[in-house]
Design a protein around this ligand. Structure first.
Ligand code: HAM
Length: 432
C-alpha cells in the first residue's frame, strides 16, 4: 500500500523556529503591557459545551457557520473556541472571582472561515477582559493598552474607529426602525441580507456586498437613538482618548461580528494590509453576556487582537523582524571522548547558545556544519587539545564594520589555542 503524505489542513499554518520565536516575543511584549496595568493571565480550555458559544449570537457567522463542533465519546456536544470572551465569562460565572476581574489571555481560536492570507481556521489571539464595572474609564484603559502595544512593536499605520451600540432599550428602539427600513427597501437588498435582517438587522450593516451598500448608507444610525447613560458613557470614552492623545474616528455604522455588544465598540485596522483582512483587533462592552452564561448581572468589556494579522502588518511595514536565535558557538570534537558533551554543557550553563554535530562525523564535515549553523565561534577539541587540557577557538565570522551584517570567515589564521579553563571568558569577550 502506498504511503500517504499528509498535508496540513487548509487554513492552518506550520510555523517554523524563527517565526515561532517572533510570535513568542510579541506575546511577551503584550504580557508585559497588560501586567503593568494589573491584569492577570487566565488559561481557559480550548473546547467548551457548544451552548457557551451559542450565547455569542445565533445570527453571527461565527456561531451559525464557523463553529468547529463535535460530539465526543460521551455524547457531549462540544465546540472548539472561536474566541475567548465567552469562555472567560463562563469561567467567571463558574468561579465567581472578586470584581472588577481584570484578566488577559493568549492562544489559538478556531473558525471555519474561507481561508486566505490573513484569514485562517486556526489563528492566535491575545486579549483582555474586565468583568464587574461599567465605568467607561475601563474602556479607555483597554483601548490605551492596545494602542501602546501596537506602538511598542513599532507599527505606525494603525487606525482606530469607535462607535456606541447603546443600551439594550436604545438598541431595541433602533432595531425596530432599522428592520422596518430594511423591509421598506427589501427590493434593493441582497437576498442574504434580507434573511439576516429578519434575525438581526444590525448584522446587515456589516455586509460588504456591493448590492447592499446604497441601502446601508441611507439607513438610520444608532447615534440618534442613544439614551442618556449610553451617550454619557460614550462622551467619556471620547474625552479619555483625546486626553491620552490616542487618535480615533467615530464610525456611526460600525458594528461587530459578534452579537453580544452594547455601548462602546472599537476596531483597529492596519492600513498597510488589504482592506478585507486588515482588522488587527477589536472589542467593546458586552453588558449582557455574563448574565446569559449564568454569572448574574455583571457588565463586561474587553478586546482581542489577531497575532497572525499583526505579524503580517509588521512585515508590510518592515518592523518587528525575526531575531537570530540560532547557536552562537559550535563545538567541534574528533576525540571519541566526552569533550563535546562537557563543553556544550559548560557553554549553555554559562548562558550561551551552543550547538554541535552528532554521529561522529569528520572534522571537515563538522566545520562545514559549524559554518552552516550561523554560529560566530567554533570551539575545537582534537587529540592534541584533549591531551593538553586546551581548546582551539576559531572565529567563523569576521566582525562587521558597525551597521553591516557579519560574513563567514574561512581563514584558519584566526584560530587560537587557550586553556580549557579560560574558554568561557574567551567566548564571552569575543561575542561581546
Ligand atoms: P473578533 O473581531 O472576532 O473579536 O476577533 C478579534 C481579532 O482576531 C480580529 O480583529 C482579527 O485580528 C483576529 N481574527 C479574527 N478572525 C480571524 C481569522 N479567521 N484569521 C486571523 N485572524 C482573525 C473577538 O474575537 C472578540 N472576542 C473580541 C472581544 C473581546 N470583545 C470583547 N472582548
Amino acid at each position: 500500500m502506498a504511503r500517504a503524505l499528509f498535508q496540513s489542513q487548509s487554513g492552518t499554518q506550520d510555523i517554523f523556529p524563527s517565526e515561532a520565536d517572533r510570535r513568542r516575543r510579541l506575546v511577551d511584549i503584550f504580557a508585559e503591557e497588560v501586567t503593568k496595568a494589573g491584569y492577570g493571565q487566565v488559561i481557559p480550555p480550548m473546547f467548551e459545551d457548544v451552548g457557551v458559544f451559542q450565547r455569542l449570537g445565533e445570527a453571527s457567522d461565527v456561531v451559525s457557520k464557523e463553529l468547529y463542533s463535535f460530539v465526543d465519546q460521551g455524547g457531549r456536544n462540544l465546540s472548539l473556541r472561536p474566541e475567548f470572551t465567552a469562555s472567560v465569562c463562563r469561567m467567571f460565572a463558574q468561579h465567581r472571582p472578586l470584581v472588577p476581574w481584570k484578566v488577559w489571555y493568549t492562544g489559538p481560536s478556531f473558525r471555519q472561515e474561507r481561508p486566505q492570507k490573513g484569514r485562517y481556521r486556526q489563528f492566535d489571539q491575545i486579549g483582555a477582559e474586565v468583568i464587574g464595572t461599567d465605568d467607561p474609564d475601563v474602556d479607555i484603559e483597554l483601548i490605551a493598552i492596545c494602542w501602546r502595544f501596537y506602538q511598542q512593536i513599532g507599527l505606525k499605520n494603525v487606525s482606530l474607529v469607535i462607535n456606541s451600540l447603546g443600551d439594550f432599550e436604545d438598541r431595541a428602539r433602533y432595531l425596530e426602525d432599522l428592520q422596518s427600513y430594511f423591509k421598506a427597501n427589501a427590493d434593493q437588498l441582497s437576498e442574504q441580507s434580507l434573511k439576516t435582517s429578519e434575525i438581526n438587522p444590525l448584522r446587515v450593516l456589516d455586509s460588504k456586498r456591493p448590492a447592499d451598500a446604497d441601502v446601508i448608507a441611507k439607513a438610520p444610525v444608532l447615534a440618534d437613538y442613544l439614551g442618556e447613560p449610553a451617550a454619557m458613557s460614550f462622551e467619556r470614552v471620547k474625552l479619555g482618548l483625546t486626553t491620552l492623545g490616542i487618535p480615533f474616528e467615530v464610525a456611526p455604522r460600525l458594528v461587530r461580528g459578534l452579537d453580544y455588544y452594547g455601548r462602546t465598540i472599537f476596531e483597529f485596522a492596519a492600513t498597510s494590509l488589504d482592506a478585507a483582512q486588515n482588522a488587527v483587533g477589536g472589542g467593546g462592552r458586552y453588558d449582557g453576556l455574563v448574565e446569559a452564561l449564568g454569572g448574574g448581572s455583571q457588565p463586561g468589556v474587553g478586546f482581542a487582537l489577531g497575532v497572525d494579522r499583526i505579524l503580517l502588518a509588521c512585515d508590510a511595514e518592515g518592523v518587528f523582524d525575526a531575531v537570530d536565535s540560532g547557536p552562537q558557538v559550535w563545538v567541534v570534537t574528533t576525540t571519541q571522548g566526552t569533550e563535546a558533551l562537557e563543553i556544550v554543557e559548560e557553554l549553555q550553563t554559562a548562558g550561551f547558545r551552543a550547538g554541535r554535530s552528532f554521529g561522529g562525523r569528520s572534522m571537515k564535515a563538522q566545520m562545514k556544519a559549524a559554518n552552516r549553523s550561523g554560529a560566530d565561534i567554533a570551539v575545537i577539541v582534537g587529540e592534541s587539545e584533549a591531551e593538553s587540557g586546551s581548546v582551539s577557538i576559531r572565529q567563523l565570522r569576521t566582525a562587521p564594520p558597525s551597521g553591516e551584517v557579519s560574513s563567514p570567515s574561512g581563514s584558519a589564521s584566526q584560530q587560537t589555542v587557550i586553556e580549557r579553563t579560560a574558554m568561557v571568558e574567551k567566548v564571552r569577550s569575543l561575542l561581546s
